[in-house]
Design a protein around this ligand. Structure first.
Ligand SMILES: *Cc1c(COP(=O)(O)O)cnc(C)c1O
Length: 371
């Protein structure tokens, strides 16, 4: 099965081999040495500046989201949540569960968050924390993170960025952008197995940590394991081995090169799909390179297309939240942003839609053929 969903993404053979290495204990010297290398690599990926806490929590990306909101704001503290899709709405559910004094600023699904509206909200009252999803996976929209980070800083708020669909596939410097907490999931752009939530918390973020409620998402406890090398919980050591290799692959390739690869694939895949009558959901100026969200052509049902592809060994996603039942979602993350899996995708799609030569059209468009 070829995984072209927006996570999990396909795993490189080097990562698969790392996953199969003999198990060690979570406090074994070799595991701890792996952890130190993971911290160094994540430091290069997030660039959070001096004194940051850099680690990977045992859980999916949603744990990274929950931990950020839980640790950076106490019960009753003011939080501004910027929402334009299903993952933004997840932040609202978490803020509700932790009883934050939250305000939600929404943009229409398919549209990016408007920084001017954020500026107006921030002028109305003080906020402890502003939280944004960088690339909204439900709609394929890339939000203007830099402009919003500047506004948060100007108004003295901490800034949390869900970088799940961007980190490792785009250069992201937390210290240059002004991000206090960013997180991702191992199974998205890093193309590692699911189960880890890599994150970075800036020095400034550490100085403003609240009293975390709960236990497992308490970042002070996570730091005991990753920084003091003491016991917090039993780490998923095999996943650490795999994550290290996935980080090596990303950094060897270079984040600028990865972004160019995602953009080139996005252009080629969308170009062929547009010729068939598919339409991108997000406006051109706000498209996320790593998740392509398209409406099917007239007369085609998204579920029917997915079923046809699945029976030919290609797994893609339908809509979620505001796009449920309306769109197809294609991952261009890590190992999915490559010619070979999309060649298979277009061959299968050609069969489903009774179109000849789709595979060839794609290869001509992408401009190079991978052996
Ligand atoms: C996938 C995703 C999440 C949640 O990730 P899980 O690993 O499924 O918990 C959060 N935010 C964004 C933007 C995502 O794409």
């Amino acid at each position: 099965m070829i995984l072209l969903t927006p996570g999990p993404s396909p795993i490189h053979p080097r990562v698969q081999a790392a996953l199969a290495r003999p198990l060690r204990g979570h406090l074994d010297p070799e595991t701890l040495a792996t952890n130190r290398r993971i911290r160094a690599a994540l430091g290069r990926m997030f660039d959070p500046g001096q004194g940051a806490l850099v680690a990977a929590m045992p859980g999916s990306a949603s744990l990274g989201m929950e931990a950020g909101l839980n640790n950076l704001a106490d019960q009753g503290e003011a939080v501004l949540l910027l929402v334009n899709g299903a993952f933004g709405e997840r932040m609202v559910e978490i803020a509700q569960a932790y009883r934050h004094d939250y305000t939600v600023l929404r943009a229409e699904p398919g549209q990016p968050i408007d920084p001017e509206a954020v500026g107006r909200a921030l002028a109305q009252r003080p906020y402890k924390l502003v939280a944004l999803v960088h690339g909204e996976t439900s709609t394929g929209v890339l939000n203007p993170a830099q402009a919003i980070a500047d506004l948060a800083r100007e108004h003295g708020a901490l800034f949390m960025l869900d970088a799940v669909t961007t980190a490792s596939m785009m250069p992201l410097s937390m210290q240059q952008m002004g991000v206090d907490y960013a997180f991702t999931g191992s199974q998205k752009c890093l193309s590692a197995p699911p189960g880890l939530a890599p994150f970075a918390l800036s020095q400034r973020g550490r100085e403003h940590l609240g009293k975390a409620r709960g236990w497992y998402s308490d970042l002070a406890r996570v730091a005991v394991y990753w920084e003091e090398e003491g016991y917090f919980c039993t780490a998923p050591v095999s996943l650490h081995f795999a994550l290290e290799e996935a980080l090596n692959l990303a950094l060897e390739e270079g984040l600028e090169n990865r972004l160019r690869r995602a953009e080139a694939m996005h252009r080629a895949v969308l170009g062929v799909l547009e010729e068939l009558g598919f339409q991108a959901y997000a406006p051109q100026e706000a498209r996320l390179p790593t998740v392509l969200v398209v409406r099917p052509p007239q007369g085609w049902d998204e579920a029917e297309l997915r079923k046809g592809l699945y029976s030919r060994g290609v797994s893609i996603a339908g809509g979620i939240g505001p796009t449920a039942g309306q769109v197809l979602r294609l991952g261009l993350m890590g190992e999915s942003a490559r010619v070979e899996p999309y060649r298979v995708f277009f061959r299968a799609l050609g069969e489903v839609m009774h179109q000849n030569r789709l595979e060839e059209t794609f290869l001509e468009r992408v401009g190079w053929v991978q052996v």
